[in-house]
Design a protein around this ligand. Sequence first.
Ligand SMILES: C[S@@+](CC[C@H](N)C(=O)[O-])C[C@H]1O[C@@H](n2cnc3c(N)ncnc32)[C@H](O)[C@@H]1O
Length: 267
Amino acid sequence: MLTCPICQAPLQTLDNGVTCPANHRFDRARQGYLNLLPVQHKNSRDPGDNAAMVEARRRFLDGGHYAPLAQRLAKLAAGYKPERWLDIGCGEGYYTTQIADALPQADGYALDISREAVKRACKRSPQLTWLVASMARVPLADASCQLLASVFSPLDWQEAKRLLAPGGGLLRMGPTREHLMELRQKLYDEVRDYDDQKHLELIPDGMRLAHSETLTFNLHLNSSEARADLLAMTPHGWRASAERRAAVIAEPCDVTVAIRYDWIERL
Ligand SMILES: C[S@@+](CC[C@H](N)C(=O)[O-])C[C@H]1O[C@@H](n2cnc3c(N)ncnc32)[C@H](O)[C@@H]1O
């Protein structure tokens, strides 16, 4: 199913990597992932989330604070019964692994442009095919997936459409406007209103919104490490002033977690 990111021809497996008929070769890293991001497709030396952000997200998610979000995501994914699925922008793999556990028979793929993220992610579920790759040029064949997951990530909608088989769909999980509201109120004088419907305007012809739901719960953040990690894994880690961030980290707080799930079907 893998295709060459340079010439789009099918890739064949070699002992220590993959190659295409035009002899473009890509090595398998020691940790097990494939690097299918050619240097000419990188817009910086180390694109995507850096090691500090990835580590913060990993500690926070492994702390179980967002476990209900992952459980619902995995349950929804299992209900769609895909034969092949891909997590686009998988990060360090917390959600990916729970989808994989809910779909033990399916052929699972995951990609992220951040090598630091994929390096860690691939250890969670070695049975999946883990890729360092760009979501703008996904190295998988047309109509090869019945389910795409996009969790808190940006998305290239045309690529998503290309990858989906008819009847398949994109399972998108993202914040609603209430998400982390108490935290945002502490961090900014004026809380920016977040349009949590905006992504629906980007749905291309040939795809349609078939299901939406939200999940909301209260989270009590007792530990300063969890509060610091939550800031570090989001844009608030650099957007808010150092003083406001320190104030948030200093005191236990309650925050609203409010997430929406959308299933956007390929017609
Ligand atoms: C907010 S994180 C979400 C990670 C993971 N889905 C999660 O929720 O834990 C967004 C991810 O998108 C990745 N990303 C950003 N631009 C990308 C691109 N062009 N192609 C692939 N991944 C990209 C980042 O490296 C980062 O890991």
